[in-house]
Design a protein around this ligand. Structure first.
Ligand code: 13P
Ligand code: SF4
Length: 318
């Protein structure tokens, strides 16, 4: 009885969201780490690069960015005249938080004559201090495109930076930042799972620590992991990234089995990003209705931050 009430209620909420987005010419964009209900209602679901690309070319008047704050900021940086709203303004990112603009500016000054490459998981103020941004989809390609003798600072993710160094033979200077979700995966539990699923392939996001990456069969951004799992001839996958991605993996390959790699601490659901999970259908409805919380940026910062993002989008070639 209660269950059917909840289902009815959700259907009603979805119909209200659908009406509002049409009336307001709003586009709903969602990252792969969003809860399944939000991924399913979104006009577009993608990784951080694809979200930035979509934000750049959308014809909508309002962009509802269901992800974390820096993703909303990226959409606003690219669309200063459009309204960008997010369901929950507390949806931060531990990786972006690990690199404050003040500290980063001091770091850059301490190492002059370096090209500053930053991961999109940064605040607008940190992007404004950067020469070029990257995502996990294009980081290798963009770093490789820089002259071989170029001195490079890479921030904020030390695991991704270390992985790119290993792939390109560069010696980028790394900022000591990390994501609290990707740092949590337990090698011991992963190897135990592998002994139960002998034929399974291990898929890992490059934000994971080196021991996890060393045993992975495939390393890539959320989009790359998804593509790989669909094309692979294997039927079982142990997935070392935020578990929200399993929803799309399962949708694209219903006959395959996807097992989330557990975190070190078995008392928490730490393979779920608590920031990404703040967004709910109710908050999505509220934000479409009130057009709040809205992303508002200092125009000086925005103008500086747009350059490294545009450079990345040009080099990503879509
Ligand atoms: P992607 O660039 O793979 O979408 O990753 C974003 C992110 O926040 C990973 O934790
Ligand atoms: Fe940030 Fe990590 Fe959450 Fe990605 S999973 S949004 S890097 S805290």
């Amino acid at each position: 009885m209660l269950k059917s009430f909840v289902i009815m209620d959700k259907k009603f909420l979805i119909s209200k969201i659908n009406r509002l987005r049409k009336e307001k010419n709003a586009v709903i964009m969602a990252h792969y780490y969003q809860i399944p209900e939000i991924q399913d209602i979104a006009d577009f679901v993608g990784d951080s690069l694809a979200l930035a690309q979509q934000a750049e070319k959308t014809a909508a008047d309002i962009i509802v960015l269901c992800g974390v704050y820096f993703m909303g900021e990226t959409a606003k940086i690219l669309n200063p005249r459009k309204k960008v709203i997010i369901p929950d303004e507390n949806a931060g990112c531990s990786l972006a938080d690990s690199c404050s603009a003040e500290e980063f500016e001091k770091f850059i000054k301490a190492y002059p004559n370096h090209t500053v490459v930053t991961y999109v998981n940064t605040t607008a103020a940190v992007k404004a201090l950067s020469d070029i941004t990257v995502t996990s989809t294009n980081a290798k390609k963009i770093v490789e495109s820089l002259p071989k003798d170029e001195k490079i600072i890479f921030a904020p993710d030390k695991n991704l930076g270390d992985y790119i160094n290993s792939q390109t033979g560069r010696k980028m200077l790394l900022w000591e930042g990390a994501c609290h979700v990707h740092e949590q995966f337990s090698l011991e539990k992963l190897l135990k799972l592998k002994s139960q699923y002998l034929d399974a392939q291990i898929l890992a996001h490059p934000e994971c620590k080196k021991p996890i990456l060393l045993v992975a069969d495939f390393i890539g951004s959320t989009q790359a992991l998804l593509n790989y799992s669909e094309k692979s001839e294997k039927n079982q996958f142990l997935v070392a990234t935020e578990s929200g991605i399993l929803h799309q993996m399962q949708k694209q390959s219903p006959k395959k089995e996807f097992i989330p790699v557990p975190p070190d601490d078995s008392t928490c659901a730490c393979n779920e990003c608590n920031f990404m999970r703040l967004n709910t259908l109710e908050k999505l409805y509220e934000c479409l209705l009130t057009e709040k919380p809205e992303i508002v940026l200092d125009e000086n910062i925005r103008k500086k931050a747009v350059k490294p993002i545009k450079k990345m989008l040009e080099m990503s070639g879509k």
